[in-house]
Design a protein around this ligand. Structure first.
Ligand code: AMP
Ligand code: ZN
Length: 504
């Protein structure tokens, strides 16, 4: 089997994945702060983490994947300043912070499902406050100090602070020292006391007074509680490489009484992986400026969410990806071509190929097949070569772009057996998560929410038009076409992709 090579941000190098627990893979992904909708940039982080999880399953590991939900403690700046994001939104929307969290968590989970992100493990930070307090108590004496505003972590008490960011302790990006009395500019809050005379919606008693936990603490605590230290892989967006993850690592070192980071396991995880950003032409993606690019907006404009998943997979996760509507449309067209090719194969194949196979089941099959095909097995050398290309690409730090090319090569392999092609596609799609065996061409039709016409009406009109044309009544056929055009429907005769019609 080809070794799985992954880029570890901690060492800034490719490393061979070797599980901490034989046969298992444990992955923690920093999840959303549920004070607002997620933009599609945020969702890129979960498509990446999900693809990683699928690859690990495909390689035969039993996967545990956690995406936490930050429902408390995140200030408007990652560097411990500003207002509490949850409470600020609660005030703005005139709801409780708990209601805000619940609403936006549900919206996030709906987007995860629409993008085929598999994991259902989304624990909330507020469920772990007791554990956070216990953690604080364990590290307080050696690593923390108290100020009027809270309990702070002294970053000079651990070795190699900031190595992940390649930053020098007192000089990290964005670390403006606004809290009076901090020993080092990079010190951060473990516990934030509620100011005297005030009440927060989310607050708890602690040895350091009533208040709320710091944001960085939650991921340390939940990672340890759910996966145990050291676990295999910690993921997040590239912004987390600078502040959030170095702070998590410092807490983990303090908690485990380990020191320097020459041994990556001392950081709490063996491998730290970061996806690069999705950007807009105008720059960084934002929830406040410009068009708020939510997955729902894409759906409202008529795009199938999996076109966005494909758009993400076309780029390497470590490269910046620029979003454009043209790019999304091109991804949709590519997806459509694949789905059309699969539909044709399915129509030529008698036995259905299961689309619901777990990636691990498929892994066993494909692994077996790869080995067999090397010996000139029944899957055939042509498909075998494409499968090997897929395997090598994906194993090389998740090169999904090579994986997609290999999949398309299978689809285009004329001489190969139809059933075997479908099996190979099922196996590859278990990794890519594009639902190629179950999504239909009709599902991918562009359907803007604003369309003024029902699809059944379009289909009826097209059926009438077909009948008119069969009777060579071209005047009637043209009239129906014009009728549809007036309602914003473009009839696409002879379209190569078989769209048949499109809503303008
Ligand atoms: P947040 O809710 O801000 O904590 O972000 C959730 C996740 O999305 C984190 O892993 C961020 O690093 C990641 N992220 C934020 N913005 C982007 C972006 N434009 N592209 C890709 N990932 C992002
Ligand atoms: Zn986190």
């Amino acid at each position: 089997m080809t070794d799985l090579q992954l880029f570890n941000s901690l060492t800034r190098s490719l490393e061979t994945f070797e599980p901490v627990h034989p046969g298992e893979a444990r992955v923690y992904s920093c999840g959303p702060t549920v004070y607002n909708y997620q933009h599609i940039g945020n969702m890129r982080a979960y498509v990446f983490a999900d693809t990683l999880g699928r690859v690990l399953q495909w390689k035969g590991y039993k996967l545990t994947h956690v995406i936490n939900i930050t429902d408390v403690g995140h200030l408007t700046s990652d560097a411990d300043e500003g207002e509490d994001k949850m409470e600020r939104m609660a005030a703005r929307e005139n709801k409780s912070a708990w209601e805000i969290a619940k609403f936006y968590q549900q919206d996030f989970e709906r987007d995860l499902a629409r993008l085929n992100v598999q994991t259902k493990q989304h624990p909330r930070a507020t469920e772990y406050v007791e554990a956070m307090i216990a953690w604080g108590q364990r590290i307080a004496e050696k690593h923390c100090y108290e100020l009027d505003s809270g309990l702070y972590f002294d970053v000079s008490t651990v070795e190699d602070y900031g190595r992940l960011a390649r930053a020098v302790t007192d000089d990290g990006e964005g670390r403006i020292d606004t809290v009076e009395g901090k020993r080092n500019a990079a010190d951060f809050a473990i516990w934030r006391k509620t100011p005297a005379g005030e009440t927060r919606q989310m607050e708890w008693d602690s040895p350091w007074g009533r208040g709320a936990p710091g944001w960085h603490l939650e991921c340390s605590v939940m990672g340890e509680a759910l996966l145990g230290f050291p676990f295999d892989i910690h993921t997040g967006g590239i912004d987390h490489r600078e502040i959030h993850h170095p702070n998590e690592i410092a807490q983990n070192q303090a908690y485990c009484c380990t020191n320097g980071l020459d041994d990556a396991r001392n950081s709490g995880a063996k491998i730290w992986m970061h996806n690069n950003f999705l950007v807009e032409r105008s720059g960084k993606m934002s929830k406040s400026a410009g068009e708020f690019l939510r997955l729902q907006l894409l759906v409202d404009k008529g795009y199938h969410p999996l076109a966005y998943r494909l758009m993400c997979l076309q780029a390497h996760y470590r490269s910046e990806l620029e979003f454009s509507w043209e790019g999304l449309e091109a991804a949709l067209t590519r997806l459509k071509r694949m789905v059309m090719a699969v539909e044709t194969l399915k129509s030529r194949h008698a036995e259905p190929v299961s689309a619901s196979m777990e990636p691990s089941e498929i892994s066993l099959q494909t692994e077996g097949w790869t080995l067999k095909q090397v010996q000139g097995d029944e899957w055939g050398s042509l498909l075998g070569a494409f499968h090997q290309q897929f395997h090598d690409g994906i194993s090389s730090d998740l090169n999904t772009s090579i994986g997609l090319n290999a999949l398309e090569a299978v689809l285009g392999a004329r001489k190969a057996d139809v059933g075997k092609k479908l099996e190979a596609i099922a196996a590859m799609d278990a990794v890519l998560g594009l639902d190629l065996l179950s999504v239909s061409r009709a599902d991918l039709r562009i359907r803007p929410a604003s369309a003024a016409i029902e699809e059944s009406e379009i289909e009826d009109a097209l059926a009438r038009r077909k009948a008119a044309r069969a009777e060579k009544d071209f005047a009637a056929s043209d009239a129906i076409r014009d009728e549809l055009a007036a309602k914003g429907v473009e009839v696409m005769d002879g379209d190569q992709l078989g769209w048949e019609w499109k809503l303008a």
